[in-house]
Design a protein around this ligand. Structure first.
Ligand code: 5RP
Length: 229
């Protein structure tokens, strides 16, 4: 199976976690796009979705699925999203699609995070994938130096030769060379740096379940909830 077929398989499998009558939290990325397309087939069973990006909002709308503002709804039963890496505790690196801040906001509003990913995303230790960090532009170069002091090489993400601008009007640094052995502590520490909007380690908002797409089918990994807030 190709990587895209594995993504499509877990996108469809995630429908089992959508609760009838409940608004569903929807992430961002190519795996989630498969989920959204599958969700269209059962859209009459749910009031709609809360979305983590303009891209997902547009795709949901094209399928005729209502999109609600976070502030207009209460706790969500479930948030379904992909990941760039996921470790053995359900901690993730996210933000390859630059949507990490809204993804973390919607994830924090949900009781359960169901991660959908192809098997290549499962890693022993987070950090091989360049860590995305959304930053306030005026703080970017100081944050680059702070990562250098930790042994990380941070570069500004570009799009068409210019700094990529997120849905929130900010920039993204991608940090290479980190091995994140303590995701909870790392996430807490970096979030305190002035100018950091969101660090792409999801340990406080870790996955409850991961549907991992493998050549043998969907493998379901279950994780203990975070106590880190
Ligand atoms: C977007 C994300 C995505 O979930 C992550 O990049 C995985 O993407 P894909 O499903 O395309 O492999 O965090 O900000």
């Amino acid at each position: 199976m190709t990587q895209d077929e594995l993504k499509a398989m877990v996108g469809r499998a995630a429908l089992d976690y959508v609760e009838a009558g409940q608004i569903v939290g929807v992430g961002t990325g190519s795996t989630v796009n498969h989920f959204i397309d599958a969700l269209a087939g059962i859209k009459d069973r749910i009031p709609g979705a809360v979305s983590s990006s303009e891209a997902s909002t547009a795709r949901l709308a094209r399928h005729g699925i209502a999109v609600f503002d976070c502030n207009a709804v209460g706790e969500l039963a479930v948030y379904i999203d992909g990941a760039d890496e996921i470790d053995g505790a359900g901690c993730m690196i996210k933000g390859g699609g630059a949507a990490l801040t809204r993804e973390k906001i919607v994830a924090a509003q949900a009781r359960r995070f169901v991660c959908i990913a192809d098997a290549s995303k499962r890693v022993p230790v987070l950090g091989h994938f360049p860590l995305p960090v959304e930053v306030i532009p005026m703080a970017a170069q100081r944050i680059v130096r702070q990562f250098a002091a930790l042994g990380g090489q941070a570069t500004l993400r570009l799009q068409d030769g210019a700094p990529l601008v997120t849905d929130n009007g900010q920039h993204i640094l991608d940090v290479r060379g980190l091995a994140i052995a303590d995701p909870l502590g790392f996430e807490s520490a970096v979030n305190q740096w002035p100018g950091v909007v969101t660090v792409g380690v999801f340990a406080h908002q870790r996955a409850s379940v991961c549907l991992l797409g493998t050549a043998d089918g969907v493998q379901t990994l279950r994780f203990t909830p975070s106590t880190g807030g």
